[in-house]
Write a new protein. Structure first.
Length: 205
């Protein structure tokens, strides 16, 4: 699944990165940090947030979005790079052109699957037609256990974190395994709904 010696100069899709954080973002009770302000008109429709408001937006808008500092729970561990190799590739300034790249945490195999040999075998096959939101990663040093990636759990990191992520890279997929990963990732996000099938608006090929 992984190459014996990985490229230490670039990130690639399917790379395993150690020591990143995954946020648990609860918008209904998020605690903002800073100085209160009475002019937060863009939060008035979120009464459940406003009643816990502790902070003023501290920075200028970025790309049309207001900026705040907040206190939130984060999880720490190993992550896999989701972004395509061509998008994450270094350009003339030593960074990718994209504004952010996407990673997903490595999670333990769910208990219901671990305890069922048939389901576990099916998961390990990483076939497109089963466990559509999961991709299986077998134990490989420095990973201490088998893991899954849940394609529903992703987080974007800004381009400025490229060098940090690269410095924490510990594993790189083989080209063949990366293609399997890519195909299952694409299948997960592109699979048709039953309604789309019934109305025949989803292409056959």
């Amino acid at each position: 699944m992984f190459v014996e010696e990985f490229d230490q100069n670039e990130l690639r899709q399917g790379d395993i990165i150690q020591g990143l954080f995954y946020p648990e973002l609860n918008c209904s009770d998020l605690h903002l940090i800073g100085t209160p302000d009475n002019n937060l008109t863009n939060l008035q429709h979120l009464a459940e947030v406003e009643q816990n408001l502790l902070a003023l937006k501290e920075n200028k808008q970025k790309e049309g979005l207001s900026v705040f500092t907040a206190q939130l729970k984060v999880y720490y561990g190993y992550f896999i790079l989701i972004t395509q190799c061509c998008d994450i590739a270094k350009r003339e300034k030593g960074k990718p052109n994209i504004s952010a790249f996407v990673v997903s945490p490595l999670l333990e195999v769910p208990y219901q699957i671990r305890q069922n040999l048939e389901k576990l075998t099916e998961l390990k096959a990483n076939n497109l037609g089963s466990f559509t939101n999961f991709f299986y990663i077998h134990q490989h040093q420095p990973l201490l256990q088998d893991n899954v990636i849940d394609f529903n759990r992703v987080v974007a990191l800004p381009r400025s974190q490229y060098d940090f992520a690269l410095s924490r890279k510990v594993l790189q997929m083989t080209d063949k395994e990366r293609v399997r990963f890519k195909l299952k990732l694409g299948s997960h996000f592109a699979r048709p709904t039953q309604e789309e099938r019934e109305t025949q608006i989803y292409p056959d090929s």
